[in-house]
Design a binder for this molecule. Structure first.
Ligand code: ZN
Length: 88
């Protein structure tokens, strides 16, 4: 059974990248969402652990879809409890 850490989004840059950090092991990465998906790992942290993250979309009345209240970050194939269609 793999361990899983939950990452938090720290901030969004003007370039469109989001900074995500893991409070447990210190992993930090920059992430840009599809269709121009890119991931840049700044601090590897504990790479033996799966990392997932949830972003609350609380104030998004101008959202294109309006269907999703949150987005998920997933870096492992094991976190099945995050059954969301926007998983990466
Ligand atoms: Zn971690």
């Amino acid at each position: 059974m793999r361990r899983v850490h939950e990452m938090r989004m720290v901030r969004t840059e003007e370039s469109g990248y989001e900074e995500w950090a893991c409070p447990t092991c210190g992993r930090k990465l920059m992430l840009r969402w599809p269709p121009h998906y890119e991931k840049l790992v700044i601090e590897p942290g504990d790479e033996l652990v799966g990392h997932v993250g949830a972003l609350e979309m609380t104030a998004s009345p101008a959202s294109e879809t309006g269907e999703h209240e949150r987005r998920w970050l997933r870096e492992t194939g094991k976190a099945r409890h995050l059954g969301h269609p926007e998983m990466i």
